[in-house]
Design a protein around this ligand. Structure first.
Ligand SMILES: [Cu+2]
Length: 461
């Protein structure tokens, strides 16, 4: 069997430890010496290198004018956020796998080594290539068996935001985290100067409370909703300097559509599955749905502040939650709470006035869930609990950031005259107009008569 060591030395890859462990330092100089494209921003055909949120770019080497990359499919230890880890599957030590970054016109050769216990393949999602390089196991190639390495080779004839993922036992391999981004920069440079170029993949996971292996059989009730396999507050902020043009590239390899909503600006939707759209097709939005299997690019000019950026499906911004609980909103549970406490000391009824107290209880350390399980809501902001937990991060724009500085600048300092203020704590404050809608009285509903199979009966949908 070919080991990774023998294969890499056969390829002449010098920095074995670096490739094998996925440990990368992020300074441009270090990246350049490892063959990562660092780009020459805006100098005729140059580009701004992509910043993969919580992730990294795969180093390459040039061999006879061909850009060579090497992906290793393998099991990885992953942390979704502090307090929740799992055995996932990914590439080169991480989920998602490293971003492949290249330039339109490049000839690329991508080695794929399978260190999983079952066959795999890699599909290059959205790329023009010979059919035999498309990576569909059984259809366009034999599966890559455990221990084997395959080489894919093709010329990049387009630019834009693309993805890679297995096309073999997809249900399991993608559910466990096998995916990555494939970014191709335009050969002739960008029509609009891009100062910061971010990329991430949307995904969902069935990591049931108290467990350590994502469950591939789940189709709807997922526990974790992630940007690049991380949940808030572990997702990197998207940082920019005031006035910079920011692009965010998103791909969706989850099982839901995600309406991605950015506060504070109207963004341009500038690209999709077919790469960057013609300028006449760009449109302004504040929410853009990234459908399952799709890519979308958005661009905007950075405005100072801390701006929420999240999926607008409210459950997708939360952490794990029970899916089959009775609705507690409006239910006074104080009497029953005492009874339950005699059996379960410390039991706390929740939810009568909404779910936000969950976040407070977690913050106060009063609520301990099952092991290895994140709270439904978390994240501490400058003014209190942010009550999020899934697909949520903050776009942090500051006047005084150095170009290329991606470090977290902390919380925004709002000018006092531009910050919402408390003016009263009396619920009877002011004289607001309120309505008392007329409710038509109804009789108590009759016993249910829905009998399956009886003609003329209406079944519940
Ligand atoms: Cu969503």
């Amino acid at each position: 069997m070919v080991t990774r060591r023998t294969l890499l030395s056969a390829m002449g890859v010098g920095s074995l430890a670096t490739v094998a462990t996925g440990m990368l330092v992020s300074s441009d100089r270090a990246l350049a010496t490892q063959g990562v494209p660092t780009g020459h921003p805006h100098s005729g055909g140059g580009f701004t290198p992509v910043r993969t949120l919580n992730g990294w770019t795969l180093p390459h080497r040039i061999n006879d004018g061909v850009k060579e990359f090497h992906l290793v499919a393998e099991e990885v230890d992953h942390e979704f956020a502090p307090g929740s880890t799992a055995k996932c599957w990914g590439y080169n030590g991480t989920t998602p796998g490293p971003t492949i970054e290249a330039v339109e016109g490049d000839r690329v050769r991508i080695y794929v080594t399978n260190r999983l216990g079952e066959p795999t393949s890699v599909h290059w999602h959205g790329l023009y290539l010979p059919s035999g390089m498309d990576g569909v196991g059984g259809l366009t190639q034999p599966h890559i068996k455990p221990g084997e390495t395959y080489a894919y080779e093709f010329t990049l004839r387009q630019h834009g935001t693309h993805m890679y993922h297995p096309h073999a036992d997809e249900m399991t391999q993608m559910a466990l985290g096998m995916m990555g981004m494939f970014i191709i920069h335009p050969r002739d440079g960008e029509p609009e100067r891009i100062d910061r170029d971010y990329a991430f993949l949307l995904h969902n996971w069935a990591l049931h409370p108290g467990t350590y292996r994502p469950d591939p059989a789940i189709m709807q009730d997922f526990d974790l909703w992630t940007f690049n396999s991380k949940t808030f507050p572990a997702i990197d902020p998207i940082v920019a300097r005031t006035g910079e043009r920011v692009r965010i590239r998103m791909g969706n390899l989850s099982m839901w559509n995600h309406p991605m909503h950015l506060h504070g600006v109207q963004f341009w939707v500038t690209g999709g599955d077919g790469g960057r759209w013609q300028r006449s097709s760009w449109r302004t939005e504040v929410t853009e749905i990234v459908g399952v299997g799709q890519m979308r690019d958005i661009e905007f000019t950075a405005i100072p502040g801390d701006w929420a950026f999240h999926c607008h499906m409210a459950h997708h911004t939360m952490g794990p939650m029970g899916h089959e609980l009775p609705n507690p909103v409006g239910v006074d549970q104080s009497a029953v709470e005492e009874d339950i406490r005699s059996i379960l000391p410390g039991y706390m009824a929740m939810g009568k006035d909404g779910m936000a107290e969950h976040g407070e209880h977690v913050a106060m350390g009063m609520l301990e869930g099952p092991e290895n399980t994140l709270p439904m809501m978390s994240g501490k902001g400058p003014f209190g609990s942010i009550e999020m937990g899934g697909m949520f991060t903050v776009v942090k724009v500051r006047d005084d950031l150095a170009p290329g500085d991606y470090s977290d600048p902390g919380w925004y300092r709002h000018p006092k005259s531009k910050l919402a203020q408390r003016v009263s704590d009396d619920p009877n404050f002011g004289a607001p107009v309120r309505r008392q809608p007329a409710i038509t009285p109804t009789k108590a509903p009759a016993a249910p008569m829905d009998m399956p199979g009886m003609p003329g009966m209406k079944h519940g949908g």
